[in-house]
Design a protein. Structure first.
Length: 338
């Protein structure tokens, strides 16, 4: 039996040109066995088109009774050969080989088509939106007033994303912007403290508050001191109005600033020089009250209290000069915002 299988293997190798045929040798089937095999050269050539039609076409392909017997004899056990009848299309290893070959060809062709179509589209898409994004970025740098907005994944279209967004779509403010607001001096405002607001509004922004009571002509009012982290002296001192006729109290009337971190948009604050205020043309008048000198800047609604020291005594003023004779090197000690 082993010898017969070896001989059959050699016959198949001779038929398909493999084995010794690859080395240039001519191998042929023995004369007595050529008529008993489906896989002799002539039979394969005759049936090759029928097998292709079986795989690719819709019509059924049948073999003659003699061929079925030969096919069954090659690929069934001896006891099963009688069960094969004419008109039945047996499934052969050769057919499976053709099926695998065609499936591979279809996969290769499909991959080639997808690569030929999708790859250029992807390149074109990326190039176009890269140019658009680059143009927007350059435009934003050239035009400081222009804002760039993010486009959320799942936006209906690019046109909708490029339209004017709602306030909730804008980028959040940066930490530096929040810091600028925290220490900004403006008319009626020092940081988050605003004249006319209540003391309760301060609790949203300041963790360390000390509230005292003072009196004005017998009428009590609140004084709120705000401390920076770790500081022993207050950064801000907030004076409130006395309670009105409706009983409403703790409305902010004025803010005294002692912390040099607070600045106007022009950069003036505690420790600024009187001469700098004069050169900026911001001085409305110089006043003397409660043993202190004040520089009134009416357009800002502020009074800059000047610091007196041995190095900057207003000698000319002490000798009868007017308030405009105060020296330029006098520093700002505190700022009253009203």
């Amino acid at each position: 039996m082993r010898q017969e299988r070896q001989e059959e293997q050699e016959e198949m190798e001779a038929l398909f040109g493999i084995g010794k045929a690859e080395q240039g040798e001519s191998v042929a089937a023995e004369d007595g066995q050529a008529d008993d095999y489906l896989y002799d050269k002539q039979l394969v050539n005759d049936d090759i088109q029928a097998i292709k039609a079986l795989i690719e076409g819709d019509e059924a392909v049948t073999f003659s009774e003699g061929k079925i017997a030969e096919v069954a004899g090659d690929f069934t056990a001896p006891g099963e050969r009688e069960s094969v009848s004419a008109g039945v299309t047996p499934r052969l290893p050769l057919i499976s080989a053709f099926e695998n070959l065609l499936a591979l060809q279809i996969k290769v062709k499909t991959a080639a088509i997808l690569a030929a179509v999708i790859l250029p589209l992807g390149i074109a898409f990326g190039t176009y939106y890269g140019i658009v994004a680059g143009t927007d970025a350059v435009g934003a740098m050239n035009d400081p007033g222009k804002q760039l907005y993010r486009m959320d994944i799942g936006s209906p279209s690019l046109a909708a994303a490029s339209a004017s967004p709602s306030p909730t779509d804008q980028l959040p403010p940066t930490a530096s912007a929040a810091s600028a607001t925290e220490f900004r001096l403006a008319a009626g405002q020092a940081g988050f403290v605003q004249v006319g607001k209540t003391v309760e509004s301060l609790r949203e922004h300041y963790a360390s508050l000390a509230i005292d009571q003072d009196h004005d002509n017998g009428r009590p009012y609140s004084v709120v001191k705000i401390y920076s982290a770790g500081a022993k002296v207050p950064s801000l001192e907030v004076n409130c109005f006395p309670a009105d006729e409706n009983g409403v109290q703790n409305k902010i009337a004025a803010i005294q600033v002692y912390d040099e971190q607070y600045k106007t948009i022009e950069g003036f604050g505690v420790n600024s020089l009187l001469g700098d205020l004069r050169r900026a043309g911001m001085v409305t008048s110089v006043q003397y009250a409660d043993s202190s000198f004040y520089v009134l800047v009416k357009e800002l609604g502020m009074k800059f209290e000047l610091d007196l020291s041995a190095s900057n005594l207003p000698a000319e003023w002490l000798n009868g000069g007017d308030l405009n004779s105060l020296p330029d090197n006098m520093k700002v000690r505190s700022i009253l915002v009203f």
